[in-house]
Design a protein around this ligand. Structure first.
Ligand code: ATP
Ligand code: MG
Length: 228
């Protein structure tokens, strides 16, 4: 088992003035290495909240997360940050590329904390391989501002894979793209998932994209269930 969430609860707004809003109300989830999952659900249902908790960007109020046999509750902040950098790749709705850095430099950003020059060399080789694999070779020395939205999102995908994470978390990665580009990014994610056996959780509003994953789950009223 790669990931096991048990009875995750999360609410926001526990200040005196407002009534706390319960967002996650006992969410449980299990996922194996290499599996692909879609999370669907209405706006405001807590999909991003759940993804942030899985990626240790946020903490649940209650509940356990076991990643690859290790309980995240036991990790210090420092261990959590190194866990995120090693084990998790993040992709967001907008690509978050640095405008002043080239495509290649953007892909290499997650390797910057590495101190070992052998690791750095491997990172550069992997970046160049990934850039070729997703047909961005001719763009590798360009700035993101000169690329299309779909091309930028391809850069964001390979940047998320550069450190060989076990799990890729994608929060509406195709939300800003038209249908053709959205389907192209989805096929690319699935191809990379097969090749590297990286597990994938993708939040999407598209039932069509959801149906391409091994499982599609629906988050509604704080509960996560298999989508019908
Ligand atoms: N940091 C925060 N502080 C207070 N409330 C928050 C915070 N983050 C999210 N919320 C609230 O929690 C609920 C769930 O938000 P979340 O962003 O997880 O929804 P979502 O399912 O990702 O929605 P969307 O599809 O629009 O992206 C919303 O009502 C939101 O307003
Ligand atoms: Mg969201």
């Amino acid at each position: 088992m790669l990931l096991k969430l048990s009875n995750i609860y999360k609410s926001y707004g526990s200040g005196q003035a407002e009534k706390p809003k319960q967002v996650l109300n006992g969410v449980s989830l299990q996922m194996t290495q290499g599996e692909t999952l879609a999370i669907l659900g209405p706006s405001g249902s807590g999909k991003s909240t759940l993804l942030n908790i899985i990626g240790a960007l946020d903490k649940p109020d209650e509940g356990d997360i076991i990643f690859n046999g290790n309980p995240l509750n036991d990790y210090s902040e420092k261990e959590l940050s190194s866990f995120r950098n090693r084990e998790i790749g993040f992709i967001f709705q907008s690509h978050h590329l640095l405008p002043q850095c080239t495509v290649l430099e953007n892909v290499l950003i997650p390797t910057l904390p590495m101190k070992d020059s052998v690791d750095k060399k491997e990172g550069l080789q992997k970046a160049l391989d990934l850039i070729k694999k997703v047909d961005l070779w001719d763009h590798k020395d360009k700035l993101p501002g000169t690329l299309s939205g779909g091309e930028c999102q391809r850069v964001a995908v390979i940047r998320a894979l550069i450190n060989n994470p076990r799990l890729l978390l994608a929060d509406e990665p195709t939300g800003s793209l038209d249908r053709n580009n959205a389907l192209a990014i989805t096929s690319m994610l699935l191809k990379l998932n097969k090749e590297f056996n990286t597990s994938l959780i993708v939040v999407t509003h598209s039932a069509e994209i959801g149906a391409k994953m091994d499982k599609a789950l629906n988050l509604s009223d704080g509960i996560l269930e298999l989508s019908k």
